[in-house]
Write a protein of this length. Structure first.
Length: 210
């Protein structure tokens, strides 16, 4: 893989000394695992950064549920040791976007992770962190948590006037903000944005069930 690709994934600290956490081919592929304790994972801002978590126990799947409730768009990759599909089903049912089965050959594990993170980390110079599936940088400072809340409302059924009220601004101001957001994500409008989110979710489930 081209060494100019870089991707940072926030990972459960319990995976640090597992076969997943100790693999050297992650680094060779341009993927860095940033290990965090579960409380730190739960409070991550909704900024598009993917998360890698185990799914072998009830506390594990409870964490997946908490992460999904906090951010409906986050890429949550569950790590399973699965022979019969039970762990995979439970992980997806709890809100995981995709599953990494340690029973797979190493190259397939890596391929599944890259597919779950849009398959292609961003090209460019090495940065302290490059997030998967995030839009191009805006010229204005944007609160990631607020943007995540706006994205969730846009993917729902709320009207633009209702969204504007939620953000304490006029509809005209909200439409300007949405125009910038659509430009950043490379879509023509709300319908295309919702369609892209739905397609992405379907792709990730397909990866998890492969």
């Amino acid at each position: 893989m081209d060494a100019s690709y870089y991707l940072v994934i926030k990972a459960h600290a319990g995976l640090r000394f597992s076969p997943v956490g100790s693999r050297e081919d992650w680094a060779l592929a341009g993927v860095t695992l940033d290990f965090l304790e579960p409380p730190s994972l739960v409070v991550l801002p909704p900024d598009g950064t993917p998360v890698l978590v185990p799914a072998a126990s009830e506390p594990d799947v409870a964490l997946i549920r908490s992460l999904r409730l906090k951010d409906c768009l986050r890429q949550i990759i569950a790590v399973v040791d699965d022979l019969d599909g039970h762990q995979t089903f439970r992980a997806i049912d709890s809100g995981a976007s995709a599953v990494l089965n340690v029973r797979l050959p190493h190259e397939k594990q890596l391929g599944a992770v890259l597919a779950a993170c849009s398959g292609r980390p961003r090209r460019g110079p090495r940065l302290t962190e490059v997030r998967a599936l995030e839009p191009a940088a805006d010229t204005e400072a944007v609160d990631p948590e607020e943007t995540g809340r706006l994205m969730r409302m846009l993917c729902g059924s709320s009207s633009i006037s209702a969204i504007a009220r939620e953000f304490y601004c006029s509809e005209r101001s909200m439409y300007r903000r949405l125009r910038r957001l659509y430009e950043q994500w490379g879509v023509s409008g709300r319908s295309e944005l919702k369609s892209r989110m739905a397609d992405r979710s379907a792709m990730l489930v397909a990866v998890a069930r492969h």
